[in-house]
Design a binder for this molecule. Structure first.
Ligand SMILES: *Cc1c(COP(=O)(O)O)cnc(C)c1O
Length: 368
């Protein structure tokens, strides 16, 4: 699609393809929790969640309560896990029928108090265990506390027990990961024992779905893979990028040898060159790390390297060898230029590149 402005195209056919490919790697009984935090990894959480509802996912996950509220406002009715609820969000969570991850004594006490105040009975919560990431979750030492408190908290019901892997994409950490899986099972057993029902278990993100079938348990949490990236070249080949970022050329300058381009004269022309200005900058999510030739755009299928520093609202690319004109489109990432390869050049990961595309960039949903 030829664009007239800077857009992030969201291809829901690609999303469906990825969902089907990833689910072909799990058993039919295993449920899918689709992770749509951070605006659906920078895409469009609502469009993505609607499509995934139609495709048959069981659950959604967001990081923060407000992200869940936005899904509810858009009419999403499936259960939504809030991975990182803050004490200040307990009321909002109940008011919007969201389900909190309970990761500490403090958040359990706060949430319990709110649930009691709102006269809840069996309100679904999810107990998060720390098995090595040391980010969020209860550890071994908290098991006696959980075994004592959870059975008597009649306002709450433990819907699931879960944990998060540290390095599921890194096969050199296999021993550590297998230890994490064992540790999770032991913690989950110890808590399940004192409950009158058996909560679901989940521990796998995208990479674990492919690398650790023994960690699929009752449900998997699918994030980056849905959006077309799998933390390995072999998996990336099977997936299709959902998001395509495009800008347009707004002006072309003919510069003479030794003239400089952009702020702080960071680029000097090596000959008589054509320099195109694109309507996209670091405020749109193109980090300054992509400046000075690290990043490039595809214009009519040819690489146009970024010259000099990325500005806030614009950047310049070298189009000396490209037959192009003002108004032509320039693709940053998508199927022709992978966000995985591009982000690697800037020493980061597709997660950061995708989620960094700011809300100023218009989202255009294809295939709804
Ligand atoms: C973000 C997140 C996921 C999804 O991870 P991917 O690698 O994107 O599949 C799963 N679980 C938790 C706890 C997360 O924070």
């Amino acid at each position: 699609m030829q664009t007239q402005e800077t857009v992030l195209e969201i291809d829901l056919h690609a999303l469906a393809h990825n969902y089907k490919f990833i689910t072909s790697n799990i058993s039919e009984e295993t449920k899918v929790m689709a992770v749509v935090k951070a605006f659906g990894y920078g895409s469009d959480a609502i469009a993505v969640a609607k499509k995934l509802t139609a495709l048959g996912v069981s659950y959604f996950a967001v990081a923060y309560a407000e992200e869940g509220v936005a899904l509810r406002r858009a009419g999403i009715t499936l259960p939504i896990l809030v991975l990182h609820p803050l004490p200040a969000h307990c009321e909002t969570i109940i008011d919007s029928c969201l389900e909190p991850a309970i990761y500490s004594k403090k958040i359990l006490e706060d949430f319990l108090q709110t649930a009691q105040k709102k006269q809840q009975k069996n309100y679904p919560i999810h107990i998060k265990f720390n098995t090595g990431l040391n980010r969020l979750g209860f550890g071994k030492e908290d098991v006696p506390y959980l075994r004592k408190e959870l059975p008597k908290a009649s306002s709450l019901k433990v819907a699931s027990l879960f944990s998060h892997l540290v390095a599921s994409e890194d096969l050199s950490e296999k021993t550590f990961t297998q230890q994490q899986i064992k540790e999770f099972e032991a913690l989950a057993d110890a808590v399940s024992e004192v409950l009158s029902h058996r909560p679901w278990r989940h521990q796998s993100n995208t990479s674990a779905i492919f690398n650790y079938p023994e960690a699929h348990f009752d449900m998997v949490r699918m994030g980056i893979g849905l959006y077309g990236y799998g933390n390995s070249e072999a998996i990336n080949e099977q997936l299709k990028p959902v998001a395509t970022l495009k800008a347009i050329i707004t002006q072309i300058h003919e510069v003479q040898i030794h003239e400089t381009v952009g702020y702080n004269r960071a680029y000097t022309a090596k000959g008589n060159e054509r320099i195109a200005t694109l309507a996209i900058g670091h405020a749109d999510g193109i980090s300054r790390h992509y400046g000075k030739g690290v990043g490039s755009f595809l214009i009519h299928g040819k690489m146009a390297p970024v010259v000099g520093n990325v500005c806030m609202d614009m950047l310049m690319v070298n189009v000396t060898n490209i037959d192009c004109e003002e108004g032509d489109e320039a693709l940053f990432f998508g199927s022709e230029q992978s966000a995985a390869a591009l982000s690697k050049r800037a020493q980061t990961i597709p997660y950061e590149l995708l989620t960094g595309i700011s809300q100023r960039v218009k989202r255009v949903v294809l295939g709804a």
